[in-house]
Design a protein around this ligand. Sequence first.
Ligand code: DGL
Length: 211
Amino acid sequence: MKIAIFDSGIGGLSVFNAVKKSFPQLEIVFRNDQKNMPYGDKTKNELLLLVKPFFDQFQAENFDIVIIACNTVSTTILSELREQYKFTIIPVIPMIREASLITKNKTIAICATPTTLKSSKYSVLKFKYGQNLNILEPDCREWATMIQKKQINEMKIKQTIEDILNKKCDVVVLACTHYHWIENDIKKICFNKASVIQPEEKIIAKLKQLL
Ligand code: DGL
């Protein structure tokens, strides 16, 4: 069983580490497109062009499963990729449904890239699970690049999170895999005011089911 994990940059590495820990015996490779990162401000057509060579290569190398550890790609071009490639694709999508099940204040925050927030998949998720919720979408557009370059502006992140907490948000959804690297910092800021959720466990469960 050949498994690949793909992202624009080091966000996918966090997913890779989590998956590898759960399945140490599996052959898993991690590939990313650091040269063209960030993906979070790209259009659908730009993403299709950038992702195609990686997916062609996965096909040529006979991978069985590809995990798209990138919300931006998963919410924007998943159906096009599923049409073109025959291996199984596991996407990551913003956990609005999960957040809707645990919020008490009916106020959640989706931390995501601009392209994810503009995607039609995201609109569908909001329509399906978020109609009774106040969904905050803080401006995180610089976060992925800050994290990729390891130049994290802690003050800026703190201000953004404190602002959503002041608006009574009690679930923070990390809907960009780069943000997994600052999950513990965000948890500290949220302390007992909000839960912070991200999809690694869900990906692992999906993979278990497929294997
Ligand atoms: N890590 C990616 C995501 O989950 C994209 C970050 C970026 O390249 O902007 O959306």
